[in-house]
Design a protein around this ligand. Structure first.
Ligand code: PMT
Length: 418
């Protein structure tokens, strides 16, 4: 079962506290909080939560689902919130004063507390059949969930899988806690106390505000004939994680992506390409508008200049005459007035020595070395472990989810930017 005592499941308690303190010290500003209340007995704690959020200086607007209304009345919520509660997607009065897109843009963050098992499932599958689920799709602000449900429902594989998917999309979980539940059973599933939710509700500092970050991700595909191509095992997860974190940290992000099965992170502009030549062209076109270039793509090193126009028939031996693809990162580094350039090094041995050589050969500012001979990190996996190599040092970041690795890399990059 996914152990989620803190919003970022992948951080240890110590690491988490470190991040919270770092964020809190930098972001002690009141926020616009859109509070969603779904159907759970823990909804009775919502008025207290609103009171504490307002006491902390935040502005709160409340969206109540139909099931949530069974547990707490709009009148109670309105009394503590100081303004009308939003309930319906197709409500002419509410839409006239603040339509749902406007409401989504107003929010600095979305907090769903309590978040029921049903609502978590809806969110996972992108349903938009009521105001709250529609807002969750329309909003580009960080989303926090404080789950509340029976312990068996929380530990059910369906819920756990939904939670895993949402965490991988950057949704932050606050709780649930362990203890006696309203139904009399005991275990994980209690909504964490309102005071705890308020103290965990911190946003990453906009440490990349005003930066324009260009990121390549995923593999490239080089045609051999109409049905076959040369490619590699890159899933795009590392590059997309970098795009997601950079965007959450305030940067304008352009993602140039080879073919992947991933969804483009919120608020990122994406240029889809297939071949190394197309990726090179897109980078060439975009580079001057960006302050940072991160080359996380696994670009094919070779291509077939003249792929067959008809499917090649099976034969006992096939000889392909391959040529080298353009060195996209190397060319970017040679440009005048170039952005800060970060490359990756996919290595199977002598990690740091090979990365140092790539740093020098390509004239990059940083090289992120990862060992791609291991199955639990590198290609395709959700985790990675990297060494950030500069001309003066090599910083080891131990194995962690790619989102966390991306945070570490980008914090490092930020220290070089003026
Ligand atoms: O996508 P995932 O499944 O999440 O896996 C992540 C990853 C392992 C692909 C990623 O972390 C990674 O290491 N990306 C770079 C892979 C690679 O091509 O490494 P390389 O050592 O062959 O290339 C060195 C650098 O030159 C890289 O920044 C690469 O993007 C760049 N390059 C390579 C060849 C080429 N023709 N042009 C380039 O710009």
């Amino acid at each position: 079962m996914i152990d989620l005592p803190f919003p970022w499941a992948h951080l240890s308690y110590k690491e988490y506290n470190h991040w919270v303190l770092r964020y809190q010290s930098m972001t002690n500003t009141p926020m616009h909080i859109l509070l969603g209340i779904t159907g759970s007995i823990a909804a009775y704690k919502a008025p207290e939560l609103i009171r504490l959020l307002r006491q902390a200086g935040h502005e709160v607007k409340v969206v109540l689902t139909r099931a949530g209304k069974e547990f707490v009345t709009p009148l109670t919520l309105q009394a503590v919130c100081g303004e009308a509660v939003f309930e319906h997607l197709l409500d002419p009065t509410a839409e006239a004063s603040m339509n749902h897109i406007h409401l989504a843009r107003w929010a600095d963050c979305l907090l769903i507390a309590p978040a029921s098992a049903h609502f978590i499932a809806k969110l996972t599958h992108g349903f938009a059949d009521d105001l709250l689920s529609t807002l969750c799709l329309a909003a580009q602000a960080p989303l926090f969930l404080a789950p509340a449900m029976n312990q068996a429902m929380w530990s059910h594989p369906a819920t756990q899988e939904n939670v895993r998917i949402l965490v991988s999309r950057g949704v932050r979980f606050i709780g649930p806690d362990e203890g006696i539940q309203a139904c009399g059973e005991s275990g994980y599933g209690r909504m964490t106390e309102p005071a705890n939710i308020v103290s965990h509700l911190v946003l990453p500092p906009p440490f990349l505000r005003n930066q324009r970050i260009l990121i390549t991700a995923g593999p490239t595909q080089e045609a051999i004939d109409p049905v076959r191509y040369l490619s590699n095992r890159s899933s795009g997860k590392m590059g997309y994680a970098l795009a997601q974190v950079a965007s959450a940290a305030g940067a304008h992000v352009t993602l140039i992506s080879g073919p992947t099965a991933l969804s483009v992170p919120a608020a990122c502009r994406c240029i889809h390409v297939k071949t190394a030549a197309q990726m090179q062209q897109a980078v060439e076109h975009e580079l001057a508008q960006h302050t940072v270039f991160i080359s996380a793509a696994a670009v094919s090193d070779y291509y077939l200049p003249q792929p067959e126009t008809q499917k090649i028939k099976k034969q006992s031996q096939l000889n392909l005459s391959l040529e080298k693809t353009p060195d996209i990162l190397g060319l970017a580094c040679q440009r005048k007035n170039r952005p800060f350039c970060v490359g990756f090094a996919a290595e199977t041995q002598d990690l740091v020595a090979n990365a140092q050589k790539k740093l020098k050969d390509k004239q990059a500012d940083l090289i992120i070395a990862n060992d791609v001979s291991q199955t639990h990190i590198g290609f395709e996996s959700d985790d990675n472990a990297v060494t950030i190599v500069s001309s003066t040092e090599a910083i080891v970041i131990p194995s962690a989810p790619k989102i966390k690795i991306a945070e570490e890399i980008l914090h490092r990059v930020a220290t070089y930017l003026t």
